[in-house]
Design a protein around this ligand. Structure first.
Ligand SMILES: [Zn+2]
Length: 107
């Protein structure tokens, strides 16, 4: 059980080598693992705003957004065994994606 302190090569945070992978802290690993889904989420979100302002039906886009969020959650849970931490990280990623505060239902 020997671990040394290193700096995350992405955000510079000090972390123990035992929790680092490829010199990245967990936060940064999560962020990069869901980056593509977050882009997809942002794209759908903007699309929904456009549709809504055009008085169009946004129900289907809402379902697509929910699916992307589910996939983000599943990916984060794969990386983060601690459930509470996984929920926190998912919430943070969703907030970043939406640019606003968001409460996860059913957790
Ligand atoms: Zn980091």
């Amino acid at each position: 059980m020997s671990s040394i302190l290193i700096f995350c090569k992405s955000c510079g945070k000090q972390i123990s080598s035992s929790e680092a992978r490829e010199q990245l802290c967990l936060d940064c690993r999560v962020r990069s693992s869901v980056a593509d889904l977050r882009d997809e989420h942002a794209r759908l979100w903007r699309k929904r705003e456009r549709y809504r302002s055009a008085q169009a039906n946004v129900e289907q886009i809402g379902r697509q957004i929910a699916r992307v969020e589910d996939r983000m959650g599943a990916r984060i849970k794969e990386m983060v065994p601690n459930e509470r931490q996984a929920v926190d990280l998912l919430r943070r990623e969703l907030e970043a994606a939406r640019g606003q505060t968001y409460t996860i239902k059913g957790v």
